[in-house]
Design a protein around this ligand. Structure first.
Ligand SMILES: *Cc1c(COP(=O)(O)O)cnc(C)c1O
Ligand SMILES: [Zn+2]
Length: 423
């Protein structure tokens, strides 16, 4: 049976057979996968989707995997949370959080892209897979490859957060730390992929991998009751996720599953690595590579593969991009946790701080339906909060000591003393 998806060059439009390829051999532009929407249309209704699995695989008809593929790693289908308390703080009346901090199996949105990339790796007959990673991708590849029985080689910058290193090693992956930043690691991986028959999820399998990000967009639309938001705020590293959310919305419109409407896309970066937001703010689409210097390591790609396309797309939709300092992103991590009970990693701090600024600057109006994409979990970057909280001396396990402690610290305790917890 013919595949219901194909590879095309984003610039010259040349078509390619499905294969582990990411660059056009005529014009050297990136290749992208396009799924056959007419094929999908036949069998893809709101009812059928609702009856599907509670994972990203409910959208299988729009993903580049064969009909026969049986998923073994259910990823995605994360909560879309209303965020009234954060909204109140930042002047937003209609704010939602797409919470991929709890994406399974490894607590970041990278589980979605890896699910597709490893399905492709299986179809292309690889037995070894790998990636270059700023952390979350390493975790996702290591875990899902273990479950699918692949051997793994994972290359990361040597200075990665310890939790992200441990979360890769525990799955038995071969972890290679490289003395350099992500852009060095990525270049090395391209060279390795040319020499070894390995499936690198974000190198030779990149066109397939990237399609996995569309599922964030499908889920947002379905969870909003099959409608599109006014605005989406998305963190950017390579600039792929933000583009694919838009592609997802456009596909749903083409399929008649949602009504068309203009959606503005807003990109978020850390100032210490902000090649895309810098271009957007200057009204340019060309990207000037930067040397990353930020604690938001999962976004620290100085030379983003999809940067130019992301910048262009943001401008086309009437959106904007912003970047925030490391100090701001840490406060935003705390603010999101305190108001909505969502503990995100540094990238989510970036997104939250940028969201707040977009409201403050009037780029997003209070009543517009806005979705802020939280993409990773705070337990992986606890070092970002080092020193933010102090630990008191332990109190002896006696009521009198506890009361003395409450008195000394002037803790708020009116409700308890009035017995309002006891009915
Ligand atoms: C990789 C990553 C992103 C950005 O993804 P791109 O598609 O490369 O722009 C955002 N957030 C987190 C937590 C990530 O790990
Ligand atoms: Zn081409």
């Amino acid at each position: 049976m013919a595949d219901s998806y194909e590879l095309r060059c984003t610039e010259c439009g040349r078509k390619f057979e499905n294969a582990p390829l990411s660059i056009c051999d005529e014009c050297f532009s990136p290749l992208e996968v396009f799924c056959d929407l007419d094929e999908a249309r036949k069998d893809f209704t709101r009812e059928k989707i609702a009856a599907g699995p509670t994972s990203m695989w409910r959208y299988k008809a729009l993903l580049p995997v064969s009909r026969e593929f049986e998923p073994v790693t259910p990823a995605g289908w994360t909560p879309l949370l209303k965020a009234p308390r954060l909204g109140k703080r930042i002047g937003a009346n209609n704010l939602y959080i797409k919470n991929d901090a709890v994406c399974l199996p490894t607590l970041s949105f990278k589980d979605r892209v890896v699910a597709i990339a490893l399905a492709s790796a299986k179809e292309f007959g690889f037995d070894t897979v790998g990636c270059s990673s700023t952390g979350n991708l390493a975790n996702a590849v290591a875990a899902q490859a273990a479950r699918m029985g692949f051997k793994t080689f994972i290359l990361v910058p040597a200075d990665l957060e310890p939790a992200k290193i441990l979360n890769t090693q525990v799955y038995g992956a071969n972890l290679v730390r490289i003395d350099g930043n992500y852009d060095h690691v990525n270049r090395l991986c391209s060279q390795i992929a040319d020499r070894y028959r390995w499936g690198f999820v974000n190198v030779n399998l990149r066109p397939y991998y990237a399609e996995g990000s569309k599922t964030v967009g499908y889920e947002i639309a379905e969870q909003l009751g099959w409608r599109l938001p006014d605005n989406v705020v998305v963190p950017m590293a390579g600039g792929s996720l933000i583009r694919k959310i838009r592609k997802a919305f456009q596909e749903l419109v083409t399929l008649g599953l949602v009504e068309d409407k203009p959606v503005k896309f807003f990109g978020a970066q850390a100032t210490g690595c902000s090649p895309i937001s810098t271009a957007v703010k200057a009204g340019r689409t060309e990207i000037e590579p930067q040397r990353p210097q930020t604690i938001a390591r999962s976004l620290a790609i100085g030379n983003p593969a999809d940067g130019r396309y992301a910048a262009k797309m943001i401008q086309e939709t009437g959106g904007w991009a912003e970047d925030v300092s490391d100090v701001e992103l840490v406060s935003a991590i705390q603010e999101l946790a305190e108001t909505e009970g969502v503990f995100t990693e540094t990238a989510g701090g970036v997104t939250t701080a940028v969201t707040a600024r977009l409201y403050a600057h009037g780029r997003i109006r209070p009543d517009e339906l806005t979705v802020s994409c939280i993409t990773g979990n705070g337990l992986k970057t606890t070092d970002a909060l080092q020193g933010a909280y102090t630990l008191e001396q332990p109190v002896r396990p006696r009521l009198a000591d506890f009361e003395a402690y409450v008195e000394e610290k002037k803790l708020q305790h009116e409700l308890v003393l009035e017995g309002s917890y006891v009915s």
